[in-house]
Design a protein around this ligand. Structure first.
Ligand code: HEC
Ligand code: HEC
Length: 310
């Protein structure tokens, strides 16, 4: 009895040693080295879109800040009224605080900033990038970096970057350049708008609420220095996400038609256009005042606007 127990234990010890040796053989030297190493090419392919839940935010001062940051993203025009110049919230474009995959998501951003930005010709921190949306998309003022508001937004975006390794290629981030769309018809776009958009965004474009149907033109919408004021960017966003809940149902033609109709209307003017793209590469499809005038007097060259220059 004693003997057979010794034999069994002996087998177990030998077996586990053998298995241990076998594993190290299979893995080879790279993976068994003490320092953890990323094998090449896996960084982007293995990151999954899996935003942490707001229910799991820890208690305490940091948790309070993260929650305040989330509330600021959802109700920007009421909670940060002094900085906002329209009726939008960040969530008017970054749906549900940037947690929806196709709707301008903000997951993983603390892993990619600071970053060089051709529009500004400078290296931008995440705070700078938020303020870029403040002075353009929110038609407002910059939020000071040492304010409670900015710290809360950064705390929130940091929480939403959990598990994304620094420097990773984030697969769900919007492509730098939108795709090629056909030449638009403003008249056809007007019909698409009346039929599929006006119920939430209002017939006069003024919207029904920042998170139910935000203003798409007029004084309560984003200004013409915002990314959404680029014809092909808006068409791309609309095609992926609108009508809300039926993303992907509009054809390329319908998406560019309705974007051309929306962007032909007046909206706040951005004061800093001349300073943008200081090192060249200014896109042709920025719907500024000059372009809106060209639509009115029939001289606009839509072909030039939609052509993506290689
Ligand atoms: C009118 C729409 C709109 C609103 C409102 C808006 N944004 Fe944006 N935001 C965009 C677009 C469009 C982009 C660029 C994404 C792209 O390249 O397509 C962007 C980009 C960003 C980025 C960088 C994302 C990246 O991948 O690098 C951050 C950060 C950001 N916004 C924060 C905010 C915050 C915070 C608010 C509210 C204070 C806000 N935005 C309001 C449209 C908007
Ligand atoms: C059922 C309501 C609903 C319908 C219909 C709808 N939208 Fe939206 N739209 C929203 C909501 C809500 C948002 C805010 C972002 C989000 O939650 O997805 C939004 C955001 C937008 C934005 C970005 C924010 C802004 O103010 O510019 C644009 C542009 C837009 N919609 C265009 C359209 C177009 C074009 C159509 C028609 C093809 C359309 N929407 C149909 C509800 C709707």
């Amino acid at each position: 009895m004693k003997n057979s127990l010794a034999i069994i234990i002996g087998f177990l010890i030998f077996g586990s040693l053998f298995v241990g040796w076998k594993i190290s053989q299979d893995l080879g030297p790279a993976e068994t080295a003490t320092a953890p190493q990323q094998s090449e090419g896996t960084a982007s392919s293995t990151i999954e879109f899996n935003p942490p839940s707001m229910d799991d935010v820890p208690d305490g001062p940091l948790g309070e800040s993260i929650k305040y940051g989330y509330d600021l993203m959802m109700e920007t025009n009421t909670l940060a009224d002094e900085y906002v110049g329209n009726n939008l919230s960040c969530a008017s474009c970054h749906a549900n605080g940037g947690t929806v995959k196709d709707e301008a998501p903000m997951i993983g951003l603390t892993a990619v900033y600071p970053e060089y930005r051709p529009r500004e010709g400078d290296v931008y921190t995440l705070e700078d990038r938020i303020n870029g949306c403040m002075i353009r998309s929110m038609n407002g003022k910059m939020i000071p970096e040492d304010s409670k508001e900015m710290r809360a937004m950064i705390a929130y975006l940091h929480y939403m970057s959990e598990g994304v390794p620094t420097g990773a290629e984030i697969p769900w981030r919007a492509a730098k350049e939108p795709k090629q769309f056909p030449v638009p018809s403003v008249e056809d776009g007007e019909k698409v708008y009346a039929q599929s958009c006006a119920a939430c965004h209002a017939a006069d474009g003024g919207g029904t609420g920042s998170n139910t149907g935000p203003a798409v033109w007029g004084e309560n919408s984003f200004n013409d220095g915002a990314g959404m004021s680029r014809l092909t960017k808006m068409a791309g966003y609309v095609q992926k996400n609108m009508p809300k809940g039926q993303g992907g149902t509009l054809t390329d033609q319908q998406a560019i038609d309705v974007a051309s109709y929306i962007l032909s209307h007046d909206r706040p003017e951005f004061k800093g256009h001349e300073g943008d793209w200081p090192k060249g590469g200014r896109p042709a499809d920025i719907m500024n005042k000059e372009k809106r005038e060209q639509v009115k007097n029939g001289t606009i060259d839509w072909e030039e606007l939609v052509t993506i220059k290689k």
